[in-house]
Ligand binder design. Structure first.
Ligand code: FAD
Length: 298
């Protein structure tokens, strides 16, 4: 189906884009990679009178890293992130970026667009929970920063107000002997995951876990985290038994909705397998091993 008619605008600066969004009101939408918005317009979902193309705004696709943090511009595509040097320090990001949909979507879709949808099945939001990312936002009232945990409030609902745009993502760099992994279980490449697990952890010199962040995804309206599960891994050697115990603290309490991807019980059993895999991979990476690979496919 063709989209309903809309007006197309391409402002030259971030400030001009925000001004235009503010002036045109709620029927105006920013367009980044268009990989979610354009299919929605073609299906005539939602009223959009004006599309504000932010896709070529200068500087917003930059990926940088210093001694303490990585910064990824909102317009960085999944493919650009997967090919960046940041993923050498944070391989969990490569797992996520490299496993999103197919090459065409990875070449166009952006990290800012992905988290701004608030879609409970997207890959970036849970991955960014695992690395405790901060979201940079700019709007008519100026700039603000929000922890990713607070950014997504409910399914398809974020803290973004009116003409606010996501401008970048900041990720604190983990200490030495840290590793992470993100694994989604997918029916095919261009399909959102049935369930996904992200784990980022740090070990001491003796291989004992000193910090952990675990996240489940696609099984609730927002990514699921648990301080109790994180704490259960700390002080352990992160054996299979330790992972099983920590995972169960999170998984037993989830109530994944039944849909075309499977029943709630099926998704819980998928999560159990993914949790063990992601935990083992995170530990191997924390020990300095180079482990490739991304999602599991049916
Ligand atoms: C067939 C298919 C399969 C897919 N599979 C997966 C998958 O497995 N995993 C996954 O994670 N994703 C998947 N996606 C989604 C893809 O990753 C998109 O990149 C992503 O959802 C949106 O990014 P975008 O840049 O294309 O955003 P757009 O489509 O341009 O915009 C999406 C929404 O975010 C808003 N927006 C965009 N940028 C900003 C910004 N900077 N600030 C504020 N609001 C903004 C737009 O107004 C719009 O409402 C899939 C998409 C398709 C079509």
């Amino acid at each position: 189906m063709y989209p309903a008619p809309f007006r197309y605008h391409r402002p030259a600066s971030l400030e001009a884009a925000i001004k235009l969004l503010d002036k045109l009101g709620e029927d105006a939408k920013p367009l980044a990679g268009g990989q979610t918005l354009i299919p929605m317009l073609k299906m005539r979902m939602g009223d959009v009178n004006d599309l504000i193309d932010i896709g070529r705004l200068p500087g917003l696709a930059d990926i940088q890293m210093d001694d303490s943090e990585a910064r990824i511009g909102a317009l960085a595509t999944h493919a650009q992130i997967a090919a960046s040097t940041v993923v050498e320090r944070l391989p969990v990001l490569r797992d996520c970026a490299g496993g999103i949909a197919d090459a065409q979507i990875r070449a166009r879709g952006t990290i800012g667009g992905s988290i701004s949808t608030g879609d409970p099945s997207t890959d970036w939001a849970p991955c960014l929970h695992a690395v405790r990312a901060i979201v940079e936002i700019q709007g008519p009232a100026g700039k603000r920063e929000v922890a990713i945990d607070d950014f997504i409030e409910d399914a398809y609902t974020t803290v973004l107000q009116g003409a606010e745009l996501v401008t970048g993502i900041r990720i604190p760099l983990p200490p030495a002997r840290s590793g992470g992994a993100y694994i989604g279980f997918k029916r095919s490449a261009p399909a959102y995951p049935t369930a996904a697990v992200g784990i980022q952890l740090s070990l001491d010199e003796g291989g004992v876990c000193v910090a952990a962040r675990c996240v489940l995804s696609a099984v609730a309206s927002t990514p699921v985290t648990s301080d109790a599960a994180d704490a259960a891994l700390v002080g352990t050697k992160v054996t299979e038994e330790d992972l099983r115990a920590a995972g169960e603290l999170m998984i037993a309490g989830t109530n994944p909705p039944e849909d075309t991807r499977g029943s709630g019980e099926y998704k819980r059993s998928v999560l159990r397998g993914l949790f063990l895999q992601a935990g083992a991979k995170a530990v191997q990476r924390a020990r300095g091993e180079s482990i490739e690979g991304s999602h599991n496919y049916v």
